[in-house]
Design a protein around this ligand. Structure first.
Ligand SMILES: [Zn+2]
Length: 400
């Protein structure tokens, strides 16, 4: 599998935050080597199966020491360095704080075997939590890697205090611990520049999204270089869309406010090209080179049909994955779809999907709305329930 297409440092794009080091150093997996990058690759495969989403995106964070771990092969180490340089993974002096911060501010689901006991005071939603944490484990028959939901322990007070004390000693030499002030949307919705030349994460060319910066209580800093960053102003509003084929998300893209995008077999301008092997011949023959134009204005998605065969809107009702062989036999959709009059621009309502042809749909991700919550409303109350539902639905086996 190609790992890189699942890696992102864009919290709007990711569903999961993975404790990379925790997985790579998990000696129950794959073999007995002290560190093995294959474990992480197998985890990504497991995640595709678990979610039923071939475009599933993870935000991977690792502590810096993993990049020079002597148990890794030279090739594995150079892969990690390449991922870091290409802004595909985040490297921190210590990963735990960052992982929980991402879970807290962006509503990401956490994959790790760590208990995070030293962080329970800063994140009181963790103890006893049942729907935001997953752990890796050996796959069936000890082959590969699996993933299962976990319930976080509810420790006694003395256990928390002891762990906190340990963590403080470890960290005293590194940096001040954040005090836990909740989601900082005002920092997540701005663009930042790190003064270190060639900073992979906050360099001069912020294509796509930036990872969240670090706020130490006084100034905003680069998570890697710890330098104070310059505020470049508000980041353009974006929304994530997924391409769903026969009920399975196959890829995703970001729609940026003010930059319309054309979706089709071969759009000429900025756009999303839908091609094989994601689509079979039958689907490709129904989709135009420029099929539909989408635009995001910061609050609404508008849809303009450019196609020969038509574009429809229908209420979303996730269809269980159907294998290509079974597709012909699959029950016809009961939900009625309405055709968009050719050339007209229509507004996509929340909960609607755009149908390009039977079985091929564009779906707005619910992730964008994580940042829509009213200030003061904790993300985990408003949005995480929706996230968890989405995972469960993708995971539901069988057919409707
Ligand atoms: Zn930097």
């Amino acid at each position: 599998m190609e790992a890189e297409r699942h890696l992102t440092l864009d919290p709007w794009d990711a569903e999961y935050v993975v404790d990379l080091s925790n997985v790579v150093r998990d000696r129950r997996l794959c073999d007995d080597r002290e560190a093995n990058l294959q474990r992480f690759l197998e985890l990504l495969t497991a995640l595709v199966t678990h979610t039923g989403d071939r475009s599933v995106s993870v935000y991977a964070v690792t502590d810096r020491s993993l990049l020079r771990h002597s148990a890794l092969t030279a090739r594995e180490r150079s892969t990690l360095h390449r991922w870091f340089r290409r802004r595909l993974i985040e490297v921190r002096p210590r990963a735990d704080d960052r992982i929980l911060e991402l879970a807290d501010t962006a509503g990401l689901l956490v994959i790790s075997d760590d208990r995070y006991m030293g962080d329970y005071r800063a994140y009181p939603w963790i103890p006893g939590n049942r729907d935001r944490f997953f752990r890796q484990l050996p796959g069936p028959g000890g082959i590969g890697v699996g993933i299962v939901p976990r319930t976080m322990p509810t420790p006694a007070e003395w256990e928390i205090s002891r762990k906190e004390e340990q963590d403080r000693l470890v960290e005293a030499r590194m940096y001040d611990r954040r005090t836990g002030t909740g989601a900082r949307r005002e920092l997540l919705t701005r663009l930042w520049r790190c003064p270190t030349p060639d900073c992979p994460m906050f360099g001069p060319d912020p294509v796509g999204g930036q990872p969240p910066p670090v706020f130490d209580g006084a100034v905003v800093r680069c998570p890697t270089h710890r330098e104070r960053m310059a505020d470049l102003g508000p980041a353009p509003s974006r929304i994530q869309l997924k391409v769903r084929v026969d009920g399975v998300s196959q890829r995703r893209f970001m729609l940026v406010a003010g930059t319309p995008m054309v979706v089709g077999r071969a759009p000429t301008g900025p756009g999303v090209a839908l091609t094989g092997p994601m689509l079979d011949e039958a689907a490709l023959s129904r989709i135009s080179r420029e099929h539909v134009e989408l635009a995001w204005d910061g609050s609404r998605i508008s849809v303009r049909d450019l196609s020969r065969n038509g574009t429809w809107l229908r209420p979303d009702s996730p269809v269980s994955p159907v294998s290509p062989e079974d597709r012909a036999e699959a029950a016809p959709r009961e939900v009625p779809a309405r055709r968009i009059p050719p050339g007209r621009t229509w507004t996509l309502r929340r909960g609607q999907v755009v149908v390009l042809c039977d079985g091929v749909e564009l779906v707005a991700s619910g992730r964008r709305y994580v940042f829509d919550a009213e200030p003061g409303v904790p993300a985990q109350q408003s949005k995480v329930a929706a996230e968890a539902t989405e995972v469960t639905e993708f995971h539901r086996p069988g057919r409707r």
